[in-house]
Design a protein around this ligand. Structure first.
Ligand SMILES: *[C@@H]1O[C@H](CO)[C@@H](O)[C@H](O)[C@H]1NC(C)=O
Ligand SMILES: *[C@@H]1O[C@H](CO)[C@@H](O)[C@H](O)[C@H]1NC(C)=O
Ligand SMILES: *[C@@H]1O[C@H](CO)[C@@H](O)[C@H](O)[C@H]1NC(C)=O
Length: 412
């Protein structure tokens, strides 16, 4: 490896620092979260959106930037209560607008959600169903909705939040009337009408933090597979709190428990909320950046993690303050559309990762070695701090001025 003098290294760091400051004030950047994530081998970096965001030009300007985003999930408008509020009365207007927009931006659409205990219309939750009637209702709903969107959906969250934190099945109209069988039934109906390439997901929260729930979700996937029911992925919502986000190691282990079963995984609703947003300290802001990086990095490091969806990219439209009073500031952009330190840290991590991978590949190619793989290169990038000098060296070696690398080194 080329030796670099300390003086040159210091000058390079100063240069990186200067450029990074300039960069943070410049719009638009030449790379973004989605473009870097794709270069790192992933399918998409996306965000939840909703029709109330359509009339906000600043929001749309960021959302439509192909460097930043490559995927959307409708936050609410595909939920049962909005899509079939009355028996047989389907209302596709709002989700169609999001699907059209997503398509016009060239984004993948994750569709959300079919069988879920919450946000149900009264006719579903209050009727005294017989098992046959309720099974038929699920069949009608899923068939109509999945057929309507067809190939516009890259994936469907077929069943959402079926588990309690202690690993038992959540009580709901579906569980009360049909028992555990409603889950397999929902997946079977979806598989019947879904285009073959569509991914059918089970989606839930706290799978990252509640061990009994995580184990129950693993068992649920195994049970569906044993019954010959098609399940293609597990969506982990990843609604985190600053400072309580699991470690990188733990997040990787969690994802791998599912990928070992032969299914894809994704962070489907990532956000990292400040416990007390009014009093968020500088330390908390840094911690939020680290938590975001841990989540994004875990996905990069697990081969079958296909992508990350943040649950809105700006605090302006985050669900958090409305649901958990006092909490907030959970997104990568402020409510005034400024990129936060967490944004720069994620971007910096991805730039460092991509640069490291490229330089490993480049040096492998330069001397005719074929054995050095990208995976091998990634394996050496353990701990951004300890790898800092190597990161900077490799950035310089491949002629990159990697702004984010400098930033992330200062964050971590
Ligand atoms: C598991 O949690 C659910 C929901 O909180 C609760 O109703 C149930 O009693 C718990 N079961 C056990 C065995 O602890
Ligand atoms: C912020 O912290 C101070 C001091 O602990 C406290 O008095 C105040 O109520 C807090 N503000 C909010 C909005 O919680
Ligand atoms: C090729 O380069 C790599 C990376 O610098 C090095 O580890 C390896 O020993 C080199 N192989 C040969 C045959 O020079």
């Amino acid at each position: 490896m080329t030796r670099i003098s300390p003086l040159f290294l210091a000058a390079a760091i100063t240069l990186l620092a200067t450029i990074s400051t300039a960069q943070s004030n410049r719009e638009p950047p030449s790379t973004g979260l989605h473009s870097l994530f794709v270069t790192a081998g992933k399918l998409y970096f996306g965000t939840a959106t909703e029709i109330n965001n359509l009339d906000d030009p600043t929001y749309q300007n960021i959302l439509s930037n192909p460097l930043e985003f490559g995927q959307q999930t409708p936050e609410n408008s595909q939920k049962w209560g909005l899509i079939q509020p009355n028996p047989g009365g389907f209302s596709f207007n709002s989700p169609d607008r999001i699907a059209d927009l997503s398509n016009s931006y060239g984004h993948l659409l994750r569709c959300h959600t079919l069988t879920w205990h919450s946000q149900l219309p009264p006719f579903v939750s209050t009727t005294a169903w017989t098992p046959d009637m309720l099974r038929q209702l699920i069949t009608t709903h899923i068939t109509a909705v999945v057929s309507h969107f067809g190939a516009a959906c890259y994936a469907w969250d077929v069943v959402n939040e079926a588990l309690n934190e202690n690993g038992t099945l959540r009580n709901s109209v579906f569980f009360e009337v049909l028992g555990e069988g409603y889950i397999a039934h929902s997946f079977r109906v979806a598989a019947e009408v879904a285009p073959p390439q569509m991914k059918l997901y089970y989606n839930d929260f706290n799978l990252e933090t509640a061990p009994e729930k995580q184990t129950a979700a693993v068992e649920l996937v195994k049970s569906l597979q044993a019954q010959g029911v098609r399940i293609d992925g597990v969506g982990l919502q990843a609604h985190f709190t600053v400072g309580q986000t699991p470690s990188l190691k733990s997040l990787i282990a969690t994802l791998k428990r599912f990928t070992e079963l032969g299914v894809d995984v994704a962070w489907t609703e990532l956000d990292v909320a400040h416990e007390d947003v009014e009093n968020a300290s500088e330390l908390a802001v840094e911690q939020q950046a680290k938590d975001y990086v841990a989540a994004v990095r875990a996905c990069v490091e697990v081969e079958r993690c296909v992508g990350v969806t943040v649950w809105q990219f700006t605090d302006r439209y985050s669900w958090v303050p409305g649901t958990f009073p006092g909490k907030g500031g959970a997104c990568l952009w402020t409510d005034e559309y400024q990129r936060k330190p967490a944004y720069w840290a994620v971007k910096g991590f991805l730039e460092g990762w991509v640069a490291k991978t490229n330089s490993t590949e480049a040096s492998a190619g330069a001397n005719g070695t074929t054995a050095t793989t990208a995976a091998g290169g990634r394996g050496t990038l353990t701990g951004v701090t300890s790898g800092s000098q190597r990161l900077i060296e490799s950035s310089i070696r491949v002629g990159l001025v990697s702004v984010g690398v400098w930033l992330v080194l200062n964050m971590m």
